[in-house]
Design a protein around this ligand. Sequence first.
Ligand code: SF4
Length: 447
Amino acid sequence: MSEGSQFREHSLEVGRRVYIETYGCQMNLADTELLLGQFRRCGYEPVRDPAMADVILLNTCAIREHAEERVVGRLGDLYRYKARRPDLQLGIVGCMAQHVRDRLLERLPFVDFVVGPDAYRRLPEVLQESGRDPYIDVRLDRSETYADLEPHREAGVRAWVTIMRGCNKFCTFCVVPFVRGRERSVPAGVVLRQVQQLAEQGFREVVYLGQTVNAYHDGEVDFATLLRRTNEVPGLLRIRFTSPHPADMSEATLEAMATCAKVCPQVHLPVQSGSDHVLHRMARGYTVEQYLRLVEKLRNVRSDMALSTDIIVGFPGETEQDFEATLRLLREVKFDQAFMFQYSARSGTKAARWPETVSPEEKLRRLREVIALQEAIAHERNQAWVGKRVEVLVEGPARKKAGWTAGKTPQFKTCVFPAPQPPVPGSVVTVAVREANSHTLFGELAA
Ligand code: SF4
C-alpha cells in the first residue's frame, strides 16, 4: 500500500490518560483508532497534549527512510515529561517496534514498553499492571485480526476499515511481511456489521484497508463479493479501497467495480518500476505488459477512472535504460497521482543484501526527474476537469482558503469552492470546475 508519510495526534480528556502520535501509512492510523478503542475500554481517556498524559505512545512505521531517526528524536523530546513525572509510561508500538526492538531499547533505555502490531490486544491492561522492567511483546500472530475489537473513531465523513492484515508477497525491498506477518482477513460478517454501524453513525464513505486489500478472502467471500455486499449498505454513498496488488486484481473484482454504483472510479495501483528487469528483481509478480493490460481494463470499467501509483527509483541493478522505461510508463499511463521515492535498503530484506549500484547523487537526479514529469502529468490530468461538473462529497472548510468549502470528487480529487452558506459535511453537491492545478480543482456551486 502507499506509505505516504503522515503524522497525526489523537485526543479527548480525563481519567487515566493516553496520548498517541501516529507515523506512516493509513493502516497505522487505523491501528491507532484500534488502540484508542482498547484504551478507552480500560478506562483511559485520550488527550491532545502529551503533558497531560499518563501513557505516551508513538505508533511507528518502518517503511520509510529516516523513520528510526525521527522516532528516536521525538522520543528524546518527549522524555522531558517522564523526567518530570517518572510514573509516566513511554512506549513504542507499530512496525518499527517489531523491526528494530533491540536497537531502539539500546538507544532509548528509558522506554517502558515496545509492542508490535500483533500484540495490541492486552496492552492497556498490561500497562496498568506493569512493574519496573520494560514490557516487550513483538510476537507475530498468524490469526490476529482484532475482529472483535471496536476502534475509536472521531465523527467524520470518511471511515477507514481494516479488512485484512499482513502480506504474503515478500517483495525484495519491503519489510511488511516481516513486521506485520502473513495475510489474514477479518470475517466478512464483522466487516459488514461495522460498515452498517458507520453508515448509521453518519459516515458516508468507507475505505477498505489492507496491505494487499484485493487478496481479501473469508471462506466463500472474496474481495469482489465483499464489494457487492458493501454496495447494499443503506446510507453509505461511496466505497474505496487501498492498496490493491496488481497480481491480485481478479476479473470478478473488475466486474464488481463496474456494477456497484458506490464503488468509486479511483484505484491506487502500485507499479514501483516500468522495467521488467527491475520488477523481476523486486519480485513484484507481474510484467509491464500485464500491468498495462490491467490499466486498460480498469479504464474500461469506468472511462473516468483515476489512477495513482508508487514508484521507487535507484533500486539495486536499475540501469539508465530501466529508469527510462519507468518514465515511459508514466507517460503512457498518465497517472493522476504518484508517490515517488528513491530506494533505500531496509534491514532484513533480500534487496538489502545486494550491492547498491546507483549512487546517492544519481538516485536524487532520477527522483527529481520522475517527480517533475509526474507533476506535469498530474497538472494535465486535472486540467481535463476544467469546464466539467463534478459531484463533491463535502468534508468541511477548505484549509487554505477562508470562506471556501472542500470535499472530494469520486476520483478522490480535492475540490474547493466558495460557499457563503457552507453545505453540511457528508452532503453531495455539484460543482462546476473553473480552474485546476496539479493537486486541486477549484470551482463554484452549480445551480
Ligand atoms: S505487496 Fe510487496 S510492497 Fe506491498 S506490502 Fe507486500 S511485500 Fe510490501
